[in-house]
Design a protein around this ligand. Structure first.
Ligand SMILES: C[S@@+](CC[C@H](N)C(=O)[O-])C[C@H]1O[C@@H](n2cnc3c(N)ncnc32)[C@H](O)[C@@H]1O
Length: 209
């Protein structure tokens, strides 16, 4: 098992979790695109979870990279916050446009949202006062654009799921916390999908380089 992240801090946390749980994993500190395009390793499963797709500047490049590192018949399993959630706020549909195509710039950088989100589930205490001086850019990819990028790269979509809750993360103020550290939309608001699950199989006979 190999985990990839561009952040030393994220790799340190992951390393600690690996040691605590006894789940063996090799960790690589790298830009994901660079690693996908250069590694000689091939895998049966590629896994991407909460808060991955929204940091990718180029979905087609990501999907081609996934196909490259998967064995023929290998699978991508992806569980993400649903792209619709970034259009929501306590006030309803008042966030970013679902179809915004430019990078979304956050001049305040990225706070310790991972630590904040995971702390209630008991893994890491988080760094509540963390201030990041770096400007951050995220990307709004629609459900259709995610699926189309995988199809275009040669993946076959097997499973798609939508969930009415978000695991472990209050995505905007006023969300309703339910059992299992899950959050739903605020009470009184119509339920919409808050997480998206995908499983796709590498349909290409040989890894494409
Ligand atoms: C929201 S976190 C992911 C959390 C993780 N998926 C989980 O479920 O706990 C986003 C991560 O993406 C990493 N990241 C952002 N851009 C990246 C890139 N170009 N290459 C590799 N990692 C990147 C960040 O360092 C950060 O650790």
């Amino acid at each position: 098992m190999t985990g990839v992240d561009i952040s030393d801090a994220a790799i340190d946390v992951a390393q600690g979790l690996s040691e605590t749980t006894g789940i063996k994993c090799e960790f690589v500190r790298s830009d994901l695109f660079d690693w996908l395009e250069s590694t000689d390793a091939r895998f049966d499963i590629a896994f991407a979870s909460y808060g991955c797709v929204g940091w990718l500047s180029d979905l087609a490049r990501w999907a081609r990279g996934i196909v490259r590192i998967l064995n023929p018949g290998g699978r991508l399993v992806c569980i993400e916050f649903h792209p619709l959630v970034w259009s929501l706020s306590k006030a309803g549909l008042a966030g970013d446009s679902y179809f915004v195509s430019e990078p979304i710039s956050d001049s305040d950088g990225v706070s310790d949202y991972v630590g904040d989100a995971l702390a209630p589930s008991g893994f890491e205490p988080g760094v509540g006062e963390f201030q990041n001086p770096e400007r951050a850019f995220s990307f709004q990819w629609t459900v259709a654009s995610i699926i189309q990028s995988l199809i275009d790269a040669g993946m076959e979509l097997d499973v798609i799921r939508e969930y009415p809750h978000a695991n472990g993360c209050e995505l905007f103020e006023g969300m309703h916390r339910i059992e299992g550290n899950r959050y739903t939309v605020p009470q009184g608001m119509a339920s919409i999908p808050l997480m998206l699950g995908l499983r796709a199989t590498n349909g290409l006979p040989d890894a494409a380089d």
